[in-house]
Design a protein around this ligand. Structure first.
Ligand SMILES: C[S@@+](CC[C@H](N)C(=O)[O-])C[C@H]1O[C@@H](n2cnc3c(N)ncnc32)[C@H](O)[C@@H]1O
Length: 485
């Protein structure tokens, strides 16, 4: 195994062969690191403060002194991250030539996360038939279309990314005399160099696929690879435990998912599965034969004007049903956003009827359906809340029907928070043992015998009615008045 690294004007740039490469950043005082605006712009808005985000639109050319080439050290493919370096590696390690692989650019530690997964990679799962085709999508370039009717919750396809990229330039150092524009341009150049190393390692067919993807960042200083990652990248987290924000996420570029066009009323949801290192794209509602498959590039509970603003980095004006009728859609989306019921609060409140929560959640589901938002977590929460309300009422017949609906929404972010092993038995209304294990069992009809309910009531009394805030997923946040500090 060889180790070591170098970087600098005199270092000779090489094309990365198979195996692995590690790039080391020189250590300098931290400065704002240009970061990549990828598909989840709403995430970046929250967390990009320490970073300078890359520009969009037409940007005047910025002259920079010639930048040193990034260089790297070849290492054994099975070695872990070298401290303080960026690692270029092919996942799965030692894949058969027919197996899809991903060229990864990893921050320190991510490779270890993968290497620690037993039996990695687990097999990718595929539907029995090819359920989609690629073709021209009027006014949107290429798109994906269903080849037959697909049911809500069905897997449409799985794929392993072509490339998985860091979202920030690797070194993050610059000349102190550089202007903001120069820092940004330098970041773009460094990132392009970094992506080039990974790109050169792609299989020739994958390289052609990558270069055939759309690039809508041709005039803002992005290079051809950075432009494609910015246009097509899909966020992945979970590979940097404990690291939040831009540095904790990667952008993945995919052969097929990157062809899904945006809709604010999307009908699919791509779910990342680390164990198989692949995305699974699910139908989030029933899809007709020939219908275009779409997903949301941005947060879609904003009003129409806000969504159109967020879509600017993709050079597109959305013409989905919600965007074409804002007068009807905006108030519905605002109501959807504002709705977060508390199961416990309803169960504890004798003034509310037994079906109050269920009716409220049914209204929410109706709004979500009208807005084409079945893929949204809010749809999952409302479905789960109805199931739990029936559990609270001790009505296993109805609870089991809603448990089946919850179990189909595997794409929901919060699905993994539901202990699946404990959910599936609830689909059998006669499995009273499973129901009795549920924390909400008969909480409404027999609160005195429900421990969760007793605890909730005790804390609610301590907090007082004005200090309880309902959160998504049926949770409540309680603030307890204390002595002044
Ligand atoms: C990730 S790509 C999607 C696939 C792309 N249509 C293609 O031909 O490869 C994103 C680009 O597709 C186009 N696009 C995606 N959704 C669109 C929409 N709803 N309306 C118009 N153009 C769209 C925009 O050019 C956008 O920059």
């Amino acid at each position: 195994m060889k180790r070591g690294f170098l970087n600098g004007p005199k270092a000779k740039s090489r094309v990365a062969p198979a195996g692995e490469a590690a790039y080391a950043a020189p250590s300098r005082d931290p400065i704002p690191v240009p970061s990549l605006a990828s598909l989840s712009l709403d995430e970046l808005k929250e967390e990009s403060e320490p970073y300078i985000t890359f520009p969009i639109g037409k940007v005047s050319k910025v002259e920079l002194p010639e930048q040193p080439a990034l260089t790297y050290q070849e290492r054994d493919a099975r070695s872990g991250s070298a401290p303080g370096t960026t690692t270029f590696t092919t996942i799965p390690i030692g894949a058969h030539p027919d197996e899809p692989v991903t060229e990864c650019i990893f921050h320190e530690g991510s490779k270890e996360v993968i290497m620690a997964i037993p039996n990695f990679p687990r097999p990718m799962i595929h539907p029995k038939k090819v359920l989609f085709r690629m073709g021209p999508a009027s006014g949107k370039g290429q798109g994906l279309f269903s080849k037959q009717a697909i049911k809500m919750g069905d897997l449409i396809f799985s794929e392993r990314p072509l490339m998985l990229c860091t979202r920030v330039a690797p070194s993050g150092f610059t000349d102190p005399s550089y202007t903001r524009e120069m820092i940004i341009q330098q970041g773009l150049i460094q990132l392009e160099q970094c992506y080039q190393i990974a790109f050169n390692r792609l299989r020739p067919a994958d390289r052609a696929e990558f270069m055939s993807l759309t690039n809508c960042h041709t005039e803002d200083g992005s290079g051809p690879l950075v432009g494609r990652v910015r246009t097509n990248g899909l966020g992945i987290s979970g590979l940097r435990p404990g690291v939040e924000g831009t540095l904790g996420r990667y952008s993945s570029v995919n052969k097929y998912i990157s062809r899904l066009n945006h809709s604010c009323c999307a009908n699919t949801y791509p779910l990342w599965d680390l164990n198989s290192f692949s995305f699974r794209v699910y139908a989030s509602r029933d899809i007709a034969e020939g219908e275009e498959l779409t997903f949301q590039y941005i947060g879609v509970l904003e009003n129409t004007a806000g969504r159109q603003e967020s879509l600017k980095p993709y050079s597109l004006v959305c013409t989905c049903p919600a965007c074409t009728d804002p007068a009807a859609s905006d108030p519905r989306r605002a109501a959807i956003k504002a709705f977060s019921p508390s199961l416990m609060a309803w169960a504890a409140d004798g003034k509310l009827s037994d079906d109050w929560l269920i009716n409220k959640c049914l209204e929410q589901l109706d709004l979500l359906t009208q807005e084409g938002l079945e893929h949204h977590n809010k749809y999952f929460y409302a479905t789960k809340a109805i199931m739990e309300a029936y559990i609270g009422l001790g009505d296993t017949e109805n609870a089991s029907k809603w448990a089946a609906k919850v179990c189909r929404q595997v794409w929901a972010d919060e699905y993994t928070d539901v202990p699946v092993g404990k959910m599936k038995p609830l689909m059998d209304p006669k499995n009273i043992t499973a129901y009795k294990e549920h924390a909400f069992w008969r909480a409404r009809v027999d609160p005195a015998s429900n421990d969760s309910m007793k605890m909730f009531q005790m804390f609610a009394a301590m907090a007082g009615p004005n200090n309880i805030k309902n959160l998504d997923g049926g949770f409540s946040l309680m603030m307890f008045p204390g002595p002044p500090m």
